[in-house]
Ligand binder design. Sequence first.
Ligand code: SF4
Length: 325
Amino acid sequence: MSQPLIRVDNLKVHFPVRRGLLWQRQVVKVRAVDGLTFTIQAGETLGLVGESGCGKSTTGRAILQLQRPTAGRVYFEAVELTALRGEALRQQRQRMQMIFQDPYASLNPRMTVGSLVGEPLAVHELAQGKAKRDRVLHLLDIVGLSPEHYHRYPHEFSGGQRQRVAIARALAASPEFIVGDEPIAALDVSIQAQVVNLLQDLQQQLGLTYLFIAHDLSVVRHLCDRVAVMYLGEIVELADRVSLYETPLHPYTQSLLSAVPIPDPALEAKRERIILSGDVPSPLEPPPGCRFHTRCPYVMPECRHELPVFKEAEPGHSVACHLID
Ligand code: SF4
């Protein structure tokens, strides 16, 4: 296989929790992301799924170096992003962008659409004057907005249109890699499909590579080539879309998929939900052994103290579970 566009090697993001008025002693750390290793090929869409608080967004931010990792390495082709600082990092940042969940919060309400979309062109000194305006109008066109939107403000748009503005802004500096952090989760269901289709069209047109963070597994199935399932800061299963949805191996993945409605009424009638007991444990004190053992319906004695190794169970399908040992 060719060199991946993105390579993540044992990525960790731990947040210190400090106590004490005077000395601000570090007492514990939140293990938000705890040793992720995976690659993303050019032109691919990798889905990253899991319950909220499992570390998905922190992973996306750490890949883009918006959040500096505690340990591990991230490569963009042959360039090690985690080793870069200052201007060298700024230059690489142009190649990767993030689209956020809430387009209203991510767009400055005092800036017009023209200024919002044109800002990255100015920051990276890519265009000015008429060339910048022409580029912004082209970006508005490819995301399905019209020239008269140029002078409008974010509050004048619907949620779906605002997300289109955010996508145009993310595309301004011609990035190759985009992290979508639940980019459709805040939109009306009727609008979600339009934005997903737009992201797919843009990927085709511009040869983009996506990391798509989501908790809605039906959208992930529609959009992603491969899917990684996260639980409490770790990837527990990673496979191509068909294998993951048809033969999920990890009990956590099985429970997530059992909650997804099936469009076929006959199959839907037979769908059996796997309801997990208990809440997700705190990442301040993750359980020893398999982190999922406190909720797993198949827990065995060794699960409580032995960490299952994340390894390939079938070609291209990796899982961390003692049932697969
Ligand atoms: Fe369940 Fe044990 Fe597998 Fe963890 S290792 S998912 S507790 S069976």
